[in-house]
Design a protein around this ligand. Structure first.
Ligand code: ZN
Length: 367
């Protein structure tokens, strides 16, 4: 089995200033002496480093990619938005939308991030690799065509999908988003389409606070091709696997995609500052194994994983390693020294029963 890993050091050079965590500086919000916006290079760079240190990297094919072209960006984003973004970026940086600051050259770095997702998808669709991981930064799943938000400057996965459609490489794509936040951008871009199934598992009303409801199933031709799985805060390992088993896998099977793309955020981690969930590395390992089996059964194993959020700089690398080692069919494990503790902190039987009922409720509202 060959797994490609697309990355670029330049993506770690994207900077965004003017924040302390998600608080905009000003008034009573003190600037931080170290850090600022939680979307920083640290978690992603440490994940890549961990993959090198454990030796997993030697079992992968490391790849770079060209930036997404202007024509490819325009498959999703209006020309006027791209012009404004490029101009601000050339002039030294700025901010458009909500919580999406960027520095000089931020436009080019965002296009490169989208290019990593595009190249990973193209390589898998062309049969060059069994599956692929794209370590994209900035992330993409919140970005709307003309309104970047939630640290996402361009809609990486949507750009990759539209580029693949334009080249005739695929005609049915399923996007499964397990970032703790709702994949509102991907949902909006494909909301009235029946050729892209969008599924988002997320903490209910975390971010955005007003999207991601189970009733939002798509519109027009896209009716039934959007699936939201909002879960209560506190959901842990068992809850995630139950949601996968009972809601995600049947939906993928019904849709019969040509390829499955996972928008893989790691902010459902038990240590994440922006989520209130309790996932551990083994949660990501097992979700990856489940979606690989689905891809084997439905689309010759064609699977692409694209990095989204994840703000526990120390825990993200262990969660991400679990995903990549599973994709590669590797026996190499990264030892998470806190795993025994986090396993003991999982929700108890009462919560598990509550969560099963919650999922029963979601299934009923889908009928
Ligand atoms: Zn997120």
């Amino acid at each position: 089995m060959t797994t490609a890993f697309f990355w670029d050091e330049q993506c770690f050079w994207h900077i965004g200033e003017g924040y302390a965590l998600t608080y905009r500086l000003g008034g009573h919000v003190q600037p931080m002496s170290v850090g600022g916006l939680p979307e920083s290079p640290e978690a992603k760079r440490r994940m890549k480093s961990l993959i090198d240190v454990t030796g997993l990297g030697r079992e992968l094919e490391y790849r770079h990619a060209r930036p997404a072209s202007r024509n490819e960006l325009e498959l999703v984003h209006p020309a006027a938005f791209l012009d404004t973004f490029k101009q601000l970026s050339d002039e030294g940086g700025g901010e458009l939308g909500l919580r999406t600051p960027f520095g000089k050259g931020g436009y080019e770095i965002a296009a490169l991030s989208a290019g990593l997702a595009r190249a990973a998808l193209f390589a898998v669709l062309k049969g060059e690799f069994d599956n692929a991981y794209a370590l994209t930064r900035p992330p993409g799943h919140h970005c709307l065509p003309d309104w970047p938000n939630g640290f996402c400057l361009l809609a990486n996965i949507a750009i990759a999908v539209e580029a693949a459609f334009a080249e005739g490489l695929a005609s049915r794509v399923a996007v499964l988003d397990w970032d703790v936040h709702h994949g509102n951008g991907t949902e909006a871009i494909f909301y009235d389409r029946d050729d892209v199934l969008t599924i988002s598992i997320h903490q209910e009303h975390n971010y955005p606070t007003d999207t991601g409801d189970v009733q939002d199933r798509g519109a027009g031709a896209g009716e039934g091709f959007n699936l939201n799985i909002p879960l209560p805060g506190g959901t842990g390992h068992k809850g995630y696997l139950e949601a996968m088993e009972r809601l995600v896998l049947p939906s993928l099977e019904d849709f019969q995609p040509d390829v499955i793309i996972v928008a893989s955020g790691y902010d459902a981690s038990i240590y994440d500052p922006l989520g209130r969930m309790m996932a551990v590395p083994d949660t990501f390992r097992q979700m990856t194994a489940m979606v690989m089996e689905a891809a084997d059964n439905l689309c010759h194993g064609k699977l692409v994983v694209v990095h989204e959020g994840g703000y526990s700089d120390v825990h993200v690398p262990f969660c991400g390693h679990a995903v990549v080692e599973t994709l590669a069919g590797s026996n190499i494990r990264a030892v998470d020294p806190m795993e025994e503790v986090t396993n003991k902190r999982q929700p108890g039987p009462e919560f598990d029963a509550f969560l099963s009922q919650w999922i029963d409720g979601l299934r009923k509202s889908l009928d």
